[in-house]
Design a protein around this ligand. Structure first.
Ligand code: NAD
Length: 364
């Protein structure tokens, strides 16, 4: 039986030249070509991704990037990543010379996504970046262009795009089972804790709840209605002016209008729990997801009854699917590329503009 370390070392040979890969000593069974990923930013979500990747059939943690030397040592030991595949933020550009790594996964605070994505594109690696992909549409466009220019792919960590109950509702909508869709409601929020965290720092987060959790309602409205909005309106309310400083939104209610006449009505907040619900209403039926975007299990029902699909860790399916997209050219049912992330950033820019002006903002 091959050890995981020797398995990763073997991977420095071209993947197509490898014999069929047998289960490693941690019982992992790889199917097809394997995506070798370097995680950038070893915080709480990276930890969830790394744990989920233990069960991935197509993706392995092959590199680590952190500004904290002790994390590189402890994570290296935990995920069997050799010191030669570990970098800090000064040395990370050398990753261009590392043939053990196919892609990087940027899981740092939002403000650090753009520059790192462009650096890694220039280093010739596929770029996976967490949501929100950037602070605004201008940054997102720069990232899309840099990846195009470098000939690498750019994917955004939209894990819900692979969630089975979500995909079933999209399939039913595409099949006309709900008739013409008229309305979507997206409620996304939680009570945020530590006032000193980066999520409440405008420079690092780019805003407040909208950037972090409201983006799920923006994205969900698009993938469940199946259209691109043409206008937005938005209203902000704030109850705690200390915790939520200027430019850090606590709560935003917003509406999106779609070409068919469908409307979305959404809530993004950092001050209420138990808000994780999507509802889609059509002329012939409805669909409801609650919870809708948490780590799961997601619960869903339609006018035809409960949706029954086994729960699989979102980040595990996501990494399997990312491998299929990057290595096999698979086209997912709901896009996860940079253009998809850019669409959300354009809408969020428009929502912040609408909050300021109090007026309806058109999206071109
Ligand atoms: P975190 O604070 O737990 O981790 C961030 C990591 O970045 C830390 O290891 C920190 O040391 C590092 N870092 C590097 N430079 C930093 C700097 N200048 N300031 C602060 N930290 C710095 O945050 P997280 O919850 O892991 O979020 C990281 C990214 O992942 C965010 O973009 C977030 O939106 C996204 N995220 C996505 C999901 C999802 O379900 N898709 C869930 C959680 C977070």
């Amino acid at each position: 039986m091959t050890s995981r370390r020797s398995f990763l070392q073997t991977l420095s040979a071209p993947v197509w030249a490898l014999p069929f890969v047998t289960p490693s000593n941690d019982e992992k069974y790889h199917e097809g070509k394997v995506l070798r990923v370097a995680l950038i930013g070893l915080g709480s979500y990276a930890s969830r991704v790394a744990e989920a990747m233990k069960d991935s059939k197509r993706a392995v943690v092959a590199g680590l990037v952190s500004g904290t030397p002790s994390k590189l040592v402890s994570w290296g030991a935990k995920y069997n990543v050799s010191a030669s595949n570990c970098y800090n933020y000064e040395t990370v550009d050398q990753i261009r010379n590392n043939s053990d790594i196919d892609a990087v996964y940027i899981i740092t605070p939002n403000a650090l996504h753009k520059d790192m994505a462009i650096r890694m594109a220039k280093a010739g690696k596929h770029v996976i970046v967490e949501k929100p992909m950037a602070l605004n549409a201008k940054e997102a466009e720069e990232m899309v262009n840099a990846c195009k220019k470098a000939g690498v792919q750019l994917l955004v960590g939209y894990r819900m795009h692979f969630e089975p109950k979500t995909l079933e509702i999209i399939r039913m909508r595409n099949a006309g089972e709900f008739g013409n869709v008229k309305f979507f409601q997206g409620l996304c929020g939680f009570r945020i804790g530590d006032p000193k965290q980066w999520r409440l720092n405008r420079a690092l987060a780019g805003g407040g709840s909208m950037m972090d959790i409201g983006i799920y309602a923006v994205n969900g409205a698009r993938y469940l209605i199946g259209e691109e909005p043409t206008w937005v309106t938005a209203q902000e309310t704030k109850t705690d002016f200390v915790k939520f400083a200027e430019g850090v939104d606590e709560t935003i209610q917003f509406q999106l209008g779609f070409p068919s006449g469908a409307v979305a009505s959404c809530l993004s907040t950092y001050s209420m729990n138990n808000l994780d619900r999507f509802f889609l209403n059509g002329e012939k039926g409805f669909a409801e997801l609650q919870p809708s975007t948490g780590y799961g299990p997601i619960k869903g029902r339609t006018n035809k009854g409960e949706l029954q699909f086994p729960h699989i860790t979102h980040q595990t399916i996501q990494m399997d699917e990312f491998a299929a997209i990057l290595l096999d050219g698979k086209k997912p049912l709901v896009a996860v590329d940079g253009e998809e992330g850019l669409r959300d950033m354009r809408i969020i820019d428009a929502l912040y503009t609408a909050v300021k002006s109090g007026k309806r903002v058109s999206l071109k």
